[in-house]
Design a protein around this ligand. Structure first.
Ligand SMILES: [Zn+2]
Length: 285
């Protein structure tokens, strides 16, 4: 499929550098990324205007269907009226307790909030929060999941891309009418994205279908305030590009330039808001 912004399958090398590179964190400036947001207008710091325009022009010239594509994270949030549902694809044989299940959900929601909070009160964004709910887990063997409650739907041995997945009839990637008539739980149990956790994986991938990162990496970072590969991949879900072969003028390390930052910088925040600026008319905002 011609969605150049999804060309994110292998960021392993650059992100591995970010994981292990002691110099990376030093390049990162701790900034209050929400401070500069004006409630009503497009108001980036003046030094970011030129690089932001360069980024948007680059995306216009390299994305195959930038304005026609209708499944960005933005579209998904609006289709639901302000929330996102997830399936966890547990691509691992490691056991998962109910406690671990809940910690994975909590960390996913916490990391997602780092992005969506950037929009609160900004440029006619309508949502005070974007709740993240995990509605399903997909696994090869039911015995891997060590809970018996029915708080999430469990899908066993439904394999696609050599990995467990939740039912396609419940997934927005597969069903785009918003009705989910063939999903047993209907709209409340549909999922917009998958958090695909793969044993032994370094790096990550992201797109309209969700985010894929290493299962050990994620579990080992449940105590970390930032899970930077996940944050980077969520950026892709909302359209943000990679920067493997060029750097905008006058900006240093930032999250979407893999290996150069480990958290959302002010420039990342304004790239995110720039997507909203350019797409918001489709939601009547
Ligand atoms: Zn990437």
């Amino acid at each position: 499929m011609s969605r150049p912004w999804m060309r994110t399958v292998l960021t392993a090398l650059a992100l591995a550098l970010a994981v292990s590179g002691a110099g990376v964190a030093q390049a990162e400036q701790a900034r209050d990324v929400t401070a500069a947001a004006n409630p009503a207008t497009w108001s980036p710091p003046s030094n970011l205007v030129t690089p932001l325009n360069q980024v948007w022009s680059h995306q216009e010239s390299t994305y195959g269907d930038l304005y026609g594509f209708r499944n960005y994270g933005w579209d998904q949030v609006f289709a639901n009226g302000g929330y996102l549902n997830f399936c966890v694809r547990w691509d691992s044989s490691a056991p998962v307790s109910a406690s671990l299940r809940d910690r994975i959900h909590a960390k996913l929601a916490e990391q997602y909030k780092k992005w969506t909070d950037l929009m609160v009160g900004h440029n006619n964004w309508p949502y005070a929060q974007v709740p993240i709910k995990v509605v399903g887990w997909a696994v090869r063997d039911r015995a891997t999941l060590q809970w018996s409650d029915n708080s999430v739907d469990v899908y066993v041995d439904n394999i696609r891309e050599n990995a467990p997945q939740c039912a396609e009839q419940c997934g927005r990637f597969f069903v785009r009418d918003g009705q989910y008539r063939n999903c047993p739980g209907g709209v409340p149990r549909h999922y917009d994205q998958s958090l695909w956790l793969t044993a032994g994986m370094g790096g990550g991938a992201g797109g309209d279908w969700g985010q894929r990162i290493g299962s050990e990496y994620f579990v080992n970072n449940l105590g970390s305030p930032t899970v930077h590969i996940l944050l980077h991949e969520i950026g892709h879900t909302f359209g943000l590009d990679d920067f493997y072969d060029w750097t905008p003028s006058g900006v240093g390390g930032f999250l979407m330039k893999a290996g150069s930052a480990t958290t959302i910088t002010e420039f990342d925040a304004w790239m995110f808001r720039d997507w909203w600026r350019h797409l918001k008319s489709r939601y009547g905002r």
